[in-house]
Ligand binder design. Structure first.
Ligand code: AMP
Length: 215
């Protein structure tokens, strides 16, 4: 059983790296942001509650974030473990999380804020299957069309200059302390997230003694 948390500023590649790691090692990739986005897309009650908060780049309330995460983890479909992305995001969530789960490691994707803006504003998401593209590094073969499913590529509502300022501020104010907390209790691997997708994945495997990555 392997349980990892992946933490990093917006646009540092958390979802990309978690997806590769999970697919290869039979782990479940749990993205709290994806759960909220799908609630918004499906016009659920939770979706209505979080839509504006998310679009502004603000964090959803702890009670709701904890409830959604606990319910997802309670599905217990993660026979070989999980990689959780987007949780915990502040000290309270970290304490809540550590009460229930032992973590094998924390992957901290390290990227300077100066690089974030460039990457986040170039990010596109498939509206149908959720695959991430980047107009700088991983362009789709046909502009605006998903290589995987042919869906439309859209910009995340919170990938704007205004929302990004809020997200970065929250990250440094609230999520940086989570790393300090994990550093005391767990193994935090700081990985240079400015390297290529493959190099980052290799570095993660190397740091945790996992089977090598064969792209
Ligand atoms: P992400 O895809 O991880 O960037 O998350 C997108 C948005 O979902 C965030 O900006 C928050 O509004 C919300 N969100 C995701 N995870 C959490 C969390 N753990 N606590 C509060 N809000 C969250």
């Amino acid at each position: 059983m392997r349980k990892y948390v992946i933490i990093g500023v917006p646009g540092s590649g958390k979802s990309t790296q978690a997806t590769i790691l999970a697919a290869d090692l039979d782990l479940v990739h749990i993205s709290v942001g994806d759960i909220f986005r799908s609630q918004v897309q499906n016009h659920t009650k939770i979706g209505a509650q979080v839509r504006r908060t998310m679009a502004a780049g603000e964090l959803v309330g702890d009670d709701l974030a904890e409830k959604v995460t606990a319910e997802r983890l309670a599905e217990h479909d993660w026979n070989y473990g999980f990689v959780i992305d987007g949780f915990p995001r502040n000290a309270r969530q970290a304490e809540f999380f550590l009460e229930s789960y032992d973590i094998d490691g924390v992957i901290n994707l390290d990227m300077p804020d100066s690089e974030v803006r460039r990457r986040v504003l170039a990010r596109r998401l498939c509206a149908n299957c959720g695959v991430d593209y980047n107009l700088i590094q991983s362009r789709p073969a046909i502009e605006g069309v998903c290589d995987v499913c042919g869906g439309n590529l859209v910009t995340r509502e919170d990938d704007t200059e205004e929302a990004l300022v809020v997200r970065l501020r929250d990250y440094h104010e609230k999520t940086d302390p989570v790393l300090d907390l994990f550093r005391r209790k767990e193994y935090v691997a700081v990985i240079d997230a400015t390297a290529s997708k493959e190099e980052i994945q290799e570095a993660i495997r190397d740091r945790f003694g996992l089977p090598p990555y064969k792209p």
